[in-house]
Each structure stands twice: as C-alpha cells, then as structure tokens.
Design a binder for this molecule. Structure first.
Ligand SMILES: Nc1ncnc2c1ncn2[C@@H]1O[C@H](COP(=O)(O)OP(=O)(O)O)[C@@H](O)[C@H]1O
Ligand SMILES: [Mg+2]
Length: 430
C-alpha cells in the first residue's frame, strides 16, 4: 500500500515515519516534507505544496496512493478532503464544513453553545457590530481572539478592557488579515490547560494517548508564546476520571452535534481545554488535526498500525479497532533556530545528527532542508528530540541526550520540558 502525508513539519515527519514502519506499506510520499523525511527509509519527498489542492489530487491519482493523511489545518479548512473524495480518493481528515471548527472560532463558539458543551462566555463581533460599551463593562482579564487561522498568533490576553478594545481594533484594522474580520471576546478562565486528541469516523470515537505541550519559549513557562517548545505523553493531568468526563461532556456531544448539524466529523479532532478548579473541562478551541509537537511523542508510543486505524475510520468502523500504546512515557524537546519565534535565522548547518542517530529515541525534523550531503535549518522550529523511558524523568534524560548531540549556530531549547508531569511523578514532599 502507498501512503501520502501532506505537510512538511515535525508532525508530518512523525506521521511518515510511523506509516513507513508498517509492513504492509511499500512507500510513503510526503508533500513537501523536509530533510528528515527525505532521509527516512521507504519515504520520498515530492515538491508539492501542502496548500495546492489540485496538485495534491493529481499526485495521489498519478502515484496511485491508497491513503492520504493531512497534517496541517490550512488544506483541511480550504477543502482538501472534499477535493479528494470527489475523485474517489481516500483522505483522512474532516470535510471543509466540519473543519470550520478550527477555521472559525466564531463558528466553534456558536457550535459549543448550541450543543451545551462547556466553554467560556463570549461574544463575536465584526467591526460593524462591535460594541465597545459592552467590552468596557466586562471584568478583566479578557481574551480577544481573531476568529480565523492566525498561526497561533491571533489570541491576546488583555489585562484591562482598554487593552481588549485596542486588541480588537487592531484585528479589525487587518493585523491578521482576513482572520481578524470577526473577533471573539471571551472571559478569562483560570485552571490548567490540557489537550485531548481523538480519531473520529463520523459516529465512533477512538481516543488517542493523552499529551501536554509547553507553549512558552523559555524555561519556567516564561517568554513569548510559540507553536510549542516540547510535549510529552501520557499527560498525568488527565486522570482516568477526567478522561471519562472529557469524553462525556466534550467529545461525545461534539461528534453527535456535528452529525446532527449535517457535517459528520472524520479525522483527528483536538480539543484545547482549560480544566477549571472544579474539574469542568472548558473548551478553549478545537483543532481539526494533530498537534505539533504533541504528535511526535504520542506516535513514539503508538504500537498499532496507524494506517489500519485511518482506514477503519474512513470505513466508518472505528468501533472495530483499538490502539495499543507503549506503556513507557515519551517526551519531545523542540530545538528552535536563533531568533525564534520572531526573526528567525535560517541556512545554518546542523551537525551531530549521525551521533544522535546512534542514541536511543528519535529526532524528528521540522524546519530543515537537504543541501547536498548537509542538513540546513530552514524554519523556526527545526528539530524535535524525543526520548522514551520508564516514567517522565527517564524519557526526559533520553530526550536531552539527543538534543545535546546536535549543534548549529544559535540553536535554542528549553531545559525543563515535562516539569509539570515531573512534579506529579515525585512523591509528595512534606
Ligand atoms: N478563555 C481563556 N481563558 C484563559 N486563557 C485562554 C482562553 N482562551 C485562550 N487562552 C490561552 O490562549 C492560548 C491560545 O488560545 P487558543 O484558543 O488555543 O487559540 P490558538 O491556539 O488558535 O492561538 C491558549 O492555549 C490559552 O493559553
Ligand atoms: Mg490553541
């Protein structure tokens, strides 16, 4: 069987590596991929952009691809799954209609309210309907969100109503382009964040292993927000009781609701949650794809054949399969380029990859490209070093041994990935 992975980041390297490991898979194509996928056995990069829907359909037809898995949100939101389906091609991901759950935060809030799923109180505005007096009456802090896709940069936590007003006006004025034409303003929710990722087939749900990421650039969860500086799986914050509650109060009503609304959901569904002090799993947002970097440690633990799970979902038979997980913990440390997340330096030579390859664990590539026999940096998040171990501390040691084996000018990574899980793993100190 031939598989196509769409995208070129760390998540897609992990997807390609995982699919290539299946005995029944003869070849994995990645569009466009990176230096990591280029060097992976049984994997071949193809120079087709993840956003070029017509070229992706042509590629899948010409190469006789049996299964396509979409990594990033952009092609899902513009309808890649509909384009594949129209040609009778199997493509794992939600339809354009269902992907609005990520593509429009305004749509998602309406959906959550309609189906009684816990979420922050909010209102949605356009510049024409904006009600500055209402905003001024709200208690700070307030959260201001550009409704559309903004690469994780479209959310402002405003510590005063005045700051919220300014943030909304900047969004209306085009700070995030069309993504800011609608703006969601919501109450600030206290609590601990967790992500919860499932596979769905329109009706049935298969929860994946839990994971948690670190969004801030610097140690101690300080510094600017990023796409994610590291992640681990499992996430001890999601206890078995909380797991059951998230399924019952968030995931099951969401899948039922999408079906009832005429847009049955097939694909990965990622709920970004804020667990309130009383345990309520409030939905901050939905993503219609796997998370990056959560995917890298999560797939390191997946013992089942991912292509079997995706095919079962596409056949509406997710209830007939189960996923087996390595009971060890996996932890991934993102290594970023100098200047990330603002002005990123690229084109630096990465050394030590061979040394790292001899160590336990796995380095997934993100912003890398091949230049002859050298691997160069080509993006902000460059590598994700994933270690496995009995417990988070051991996984963390292995991940940092990998990270220390590689080098390039200006590389940066956090030294405390997994600290929340570690503090839960330690015996109570009294
Ligand atoms: N209502 C809220 N209360 C508190 N924090 C929030 C709230 N909404 C979002 N956040 C914070 O902002 C981050 C980004 O918001 P999110 O809705 O996930 O948008 P995106 O991932 O598209 O940037 C969240 O991970 C969370 O830390
Ligand atoms: Mg988010």
């Amino acid at each position: 069987m031939k598989v196509l992975i769409v995208g070129g980041g760390g998540r897609e390297h992990a997807l390609a590596w995982k699919c290539a490991a299946a005995a029944r898979v003869s070849e994995v194509l990645v569009a466009p991929g990176n230096a990591g996928t280029a060097r992976e056995p049984k994997v071949r990069n193809v120079e087709v952009a993840a956003e070029d829907l017509a070229a992706l359909v042509d590629l899948a037809r010409n190469e006789r691809i049996d299964l396509t898995i979409i990594g990033p949100e952009a092609p899902l939101v513009t309808g890649v799954v509909d384009a594949f389906s129209a040609q009778g091609l199997k493509c794992f991901g939600p339809s354009q209609a269902a992907a609005q759950l990520e593509g429009s935060k305004a749509f998602a809030k309406e959906f959550l309210r309609r189906h009684g799923i816990p979420t922050a109180q909010s209102r949605t505005f356009t510049s024409a309907s904006f009600d500055a007096a209402w905003v001024s009456r709200q208690r700070a802090p307030l959260v201001v969100k550009a409704s559309g896709l903004a690469s994780g940069k479209g959310v402002v936590i405003a510590s005063s109503a005045a700051e919220a007003l300014g943030a909304a006006q900047a969004m209306f004025a085009g700070q995030f382009g069309a993504a800011g034409r609608e703006v969601v303003i919501e109450e600030f929710l206290p609590g601990e964040e967790a992500s919860f990722i499932v596979m769905a087939d329109g009706t049935h749900v298969l929860p994946l292993a839990t994971s948690q990421d670190h969004k801030r650039l610097r140690d101690g969860d300080q510094g600017p927000n990023t796409g994610g500086m590291g992640a681990y799986s499992p996430a001890p914050v999601v206890t078995p009781a909380l797991h059951a509650r998230i399924m019952r109060e968030v995931i099951e009503p969401a899948i039922r609701g999408l079906s009832a609304d005429g847009m049955p959901y097939t694909g990965f569904l990622y709920a970004g949650l804020m667990i309130a002090p009383d345990g309520t799993p409030n939905v901050l947002e939905f993503n219609c794809r796997l998370g990056d970097p959560e995917t890298q440690p999560m797939l390191m633990r997946l013992a089942s054949d991912l292509t079997v799970l995706c095919e079962a979902a596409l056949a509406g038979q997710l209830d007939t399969v189960s996923a087996q997980w390595d009971r060890r913990a996996a932890l991934g440390v993102v290594i970023a380029a100098e200047g990330y997340p603002e002005a990123v330096r690229t084109g630096d030579v990465i050394t030590g990859l061979e040394r790292a390859a001899a160590l336990p664990g796995k380095i997934f590539h993100a912003g890398t490209r091949l230049a002859g026999s050298e691997v160069l940096t080509s993006g902000g998040r460059v590598l994700c070093a994933v270690g496995l171990g009995e417990g988070v501390a051991a996984a963390q040691r292995n991940a940092y041994a990998l990270a220390s084996a590689v080098h390039w000018r200006g590389m940066q990574f956090r030294h405390d990935i997994g600290h929340r899980a570690l503090s839960r793993e330690l015996p109570p100190r009294d």
